[in-house]
Write a protein that binds this ligand. Sequence first.
Ligand code: SF4
Length: 448
Amino acid sequence: MQRFRGLIDSMTQTISEKTELGNYFIANYPPFSFWKPGHLEAAAQTLNSPAKIPTPLGLYVHIPFCRKRCKFCYFRVYTDKNARDVDSYLDALLREISLYAQAPVRSGRELKFIYFGGGTPSYLSVAQLEKLFHGIRDSFSIKNAGEATFECEPGTLQQHKLAALRELGVTRLSLGVENFSDEVLEENGRAHHSQEIFRAYSWARDLGFPQINIDLIAGMIGDSEANWHDCLKKTIELAPDCVTIYQLELPFNTVFSKEMLMAGQPDPKRVADWPTKRKWMRDAFETLQAAGYQVSSGYTLVKDKSKVKFVYRDELWHGADMFGTGVASFGHMQGIHLQNVDGWEAYLEKLAKGELPLGRALPIAPAQQRVRELILQLKTGHILPAEFDAKFGGSLLNDFQEQWKSLENTGMAAVAPEGIQLSLDGLLQVDRLLPRFFEPQFHSQRYT
Ligand code: SF4
């Protein structure tokens, strides 16, 4: 899932400790509610000119199909499409990728990373995967890209599909495990069971994928502390290269939120509050660190930081360009945010006419680029002011004095000219710390 598009409903999040309905995760800046179709002309000009900013280039490919809708899911996914629909979608997607490959802004640039997200990319059959990868290869070199990440739902994997993915050039396999308890998985509407996790993981290891990531969610409905600790134990036994953990949030358009709205408010007996989720996150971070993992961001731990890289995340958080392809996908190109149209028909129709399916955009000023990278890089837990200032000018420490003071006073960060370091407390709630860095015109505004 293109997690970096995460949403939040208000810049003035109350510090409620209950899990209220609404978004928590901050993914981008300025807020999505300021992205408009009126900026598409500026986007077209940028795409039709050679790149002026020398920054790495990536490709995001959105596969919006899932076997079943998870009850906490707020992404653009379809569970009712047949094989012919999937084929039409892949044709449109490949047309879009080829349009970008020919765009002047791409001229002379190769991909540094590719990310297949969803939805469920592993929903595709081997024949469909071959069609997709071979089609992309007609436009871009996958082999020369440093990283090709592929998101998988364990229950959709068979040994021969994983072998095909390895053969097609996937370097980083990301397994949406979320939890190891069948009861919790079922209660949250996941399509897979624990047995399928172990089976898929063992095939993937045998096939020698360079990097395997496991996604977990802290605070799934029906989870308990004892079960969460058991999930951590099982994760450590599997020994993935990378573990990514999100805290469950309940945006308005999820099945859970709708059920809870009908019932009144979230049931505190079923929905873990934020302190509980943070405690479980802390337990996870401490347990994984004790098992030799290293913290790589507020959500991610890796076995060996010097070897286990996540190029997609690191490049995006440092201002890389990325073509976002597929229905409703997000991208960024030379200082302009881009999002595709958010509808099946509209997406297919635009590509049938040979047009890029862009729906809205936002050119961002250098000062906004600076805030954007500041908040994204804070998610790693540390920033070197000298390095940051060398890129953007100004003084990170002086220009945000008030914000740093508030973080220091609450024990969320230690701030010094040699480095800004979030405490573990700060890191585990980094998303709620970020709005204070937003420019005044984006305070108290809708985020999406
Ligand atoms: S697998 Fe579940 S959470 Fe992931 S995109 Fe599909 S429905 Fe959403």
